[in-house]
Design a protein around this ligand. Structure first.
Ligand SMILES: NC(=O)c1ccc[n+]([C@@H]2O[C@H](COP(=O)([O-])OP(=O)(O)OC[C@H]3O[C@@H](n4cnc5c(N)ncnc54)[C@H](O)[C@@H]3O)[C@@H](O)[C@H]2O)c1
Ligand SMILES: N[C@@H](CCC=O)C(=O)O
Length: 514
């Protein structure tokens, strides 16, 4: 087994890579607008009622029409997954891991096609789409290897005359509910973590990005996954989601998405329903309000670059995005004016055009929400860049910066999930860390400083799941920077980390008297 190494990003300054991506866009354009079925127990089921996935950069362009699960079909999928669990749980971990390794190889061969599909379906610029696909490959390679490490359990002691073992066994049927913003990586990562550990899965992808999820199930099938192990059931979050979360045969829920929906799932999953013989487990990865702190002893160019890149990469639609910066008063004016300059130089538009730094936001509801926050920002602070939006063709919003905000302003407290960043001033490094910690969330953060003592202080006191020094706060790599947050950012499960798979299993102790 080759040791795990993360998938390299594509260098699009190379002509051959550019051409390969343009060819892949053509391949994807060749299958736009098709109808897609549900997949339950390997059976394709086409329904009348469809989710229509459109290109957020061009609302007229239909990416696919995807069959929508009703409650009856969700129940059929549950029964299939429940029955399949009895056989899948007996399948050797080596076989399960092999499905992941084969799937990684297939995705790697079709890498640009998957990325091009993300450009069309999620509005991702080339480099962001490429990173999403690379992360999906990483999850497959990393979790496959992790399962091989865990397959014989963990060592425990035995006294003379006894033989003790501690093994991990799967849980049962998992409901995986994924978001649209890492439509490939998070959907694939959460699905394969559940299946490689011996569980069966009901996958409900986000309603705006169901086509990439369908294509991934095809890959798993090609890689040897037996029918019924992962069942693909797109549908309304409220209807199918609630039904499956409440279902007495649901053993665990792996959710990635907003704080509102995650909290609702957590609460509903806590209720023991009739016929249920376990307490459901919830793995929840939720929102963020992520801060970059800039010290007075710092590389100020690096600070401004880190803020702008982390705030506006994929139009700020990352749970890890920098949505606020807290800057030491000694360097505030300098950093603010450089952030303004860099932001005004950013290009945005159709992400199929490689020259655009940013693309659209995902849909009309997001566009409206972000624009309403921009109006709030105009009341609360000083608009220094952006502020405009246009949803006539696609959902485009200019990268927007507000300066001089109070730390408790709504722009500084609420997750906007769009290309908007707020800037505030702190009198000292201590105060900067205090402000950085003053939200309900605790996902990512970064500190730009040349002061070693301040690095150590932040390591201890900046309360976030992923803290970075002298770089931006996005772009965690599977197996290198396990990812997940504190407080209202979730259950502190660390995706792509060494203890993630265990969340999908239960430990069984056996003790034999010799
Ligand atoms: N912490 C992380 O790792 C992480 C990663 C990506 C995104 N996010 C967060 O996700 C959010 C953006 O994603 P989103 O807009 O897709 O989030 P969302 O909460 O609106 O939707 C997430 C998923 O939940 C489903 N859903 C909606 N209502 C449901 C219900 N009642 N029951 C069950 N499922 C339901 C949706 O259909 C979708 O599949 C942001 O808040 C972002 O910070 C967090
Ligand atoms: N893991 C990603 C964020 C995922 C959430 O949107 C990052 O580190 O930037």
């Amino acid at each position: 087994m080759i040791p795990y190494k993360h998938e390299p990003f594509t260098d699009f300054t190379q002509e051959e890579n550019k051409k390969a991506f343009l060819d892949a866009l053509q391949t994807v354009e060749g299958y736009l607008g098709q109808d897609y079925p549900l997949i339950i127990g390997g059976e394709r089921i086409m329904t009348e009622d469809k989710l229509v996935s459109t290109n957020p950069a061009n609302k007229e362009e239909i990416v696919g029409r995807v069959s929508k699960a009703s409650r009856d079909l969700a129940e059929k999928a549950m029964q299939t997954a429940d029955a399949t669990f009895n056989t899948w749980k007996k399948v050797k971990p080596e076989f399960r891991a092999d499905v992941l390794f084969k799937a990684a190889a297939i995705v790697r061969r079709r890498k640009h096609e998957f990325s091009a599909l993300l450009t069309k379906e999620a509005g991702k610029p080339w480099n962001e789409a490429d990173a999403d696909t690379a992360e999906a490959i990483d999850f497959l390679e990393y979790y496959g290897r992790q399962m091989l490490k865990l397959k014989d359990g963990m060592p425990v002691e035995s006294r003379p005359g006894e033989f003790n073992r501690f093994d991990y066994i799967p849980l049962g049927v998992g409901v995986v509910i994924s978001p649209w913003n890492f439509a490939f990586a998070i959907m694939a990562g959460t699905t394969v973590a559940a299946l490689v550990t011996g569980n069966t899965v009901l996958l409900k992808p986000a309603s705006t990005t169901p086509v990439v999820a369908y294509k991934f199930i095809e890959v798993l099938e090609e890689a040897g996954m037996p029918a019924g192990v992962v069942n693909y059931i797109p549908g309304s979050g409220a209807e199918v989601g609630d039904y499956l979360v409440d279902h007495p045969r649901t053993r665990f829920i792996s959710f990635t998405g907003s704080r509102e929906v995650g909290s609702r799932i957590y609460e509903r999953a806590g209720k023991v329903n009739e016929g249920q013989i376990w307490l459901k487990r919830v793995i929840a990865e939720m929102g963020g309000k992520d801060t970059i702190v800039v010290d007075n002893e710092a590389d100020l160019e690096l600070a401004a670059q880190s803020i702008v890149k982390s705030a506006f990469g994929f139009s700020g639609q990352k749970c890890s995005a920098c949505s606020r910066a807290v800057i030491h008063e000694d360097v505030y004016d300098q950093v603010v004016s450089r952030v303004e300059e860099l932001t005004k130089a950013l290009t945005y538009g159709d992400p199929t055009d490689q020259s655009n730094f940013a693309g659209p936001v995902i849909d009309q509801a997001s566009f409206d929400k972000i624009m309403s926050y921009i109006e709030i920002g105009k009341e609360e602070g000083r608009l220094i860049a952006g502020g405009e939006g246009d949803s006539s063709k696609g959902y485009f919003i200019a990268p927007t910066v507000f300066a001089d905000l109070a730390p408790d302003a709504r722009i500084m407290q609420e997750e906007i999930f769009g290309p908007v960043v707020g800037l505030t001033k702190a009198k000292s490094f201590d105060e900067a860390i205090e402000i950085a910690n003053n939200t309900d969330y605790g996902l990512t953060g970064a500190v730009i400083t040349n002061n070693r003592a301040h690095i150590e202080q932040a390591r201890e006191d900046f309360h976030v799941g992923n803290l970075y020094f002298n770089r931006g706060c996005t772009g965690a790599i599977v197996g290198y920077q396990p990812f997940g947050g504190f407080n209202m950012s979730g259950t502190d499960s660390k995706a792509g980390g060494p203890d993630y798979l265990q969340l999908h299993m239960q430990g069984k102790t056996t003790s034999e008297t010799l």
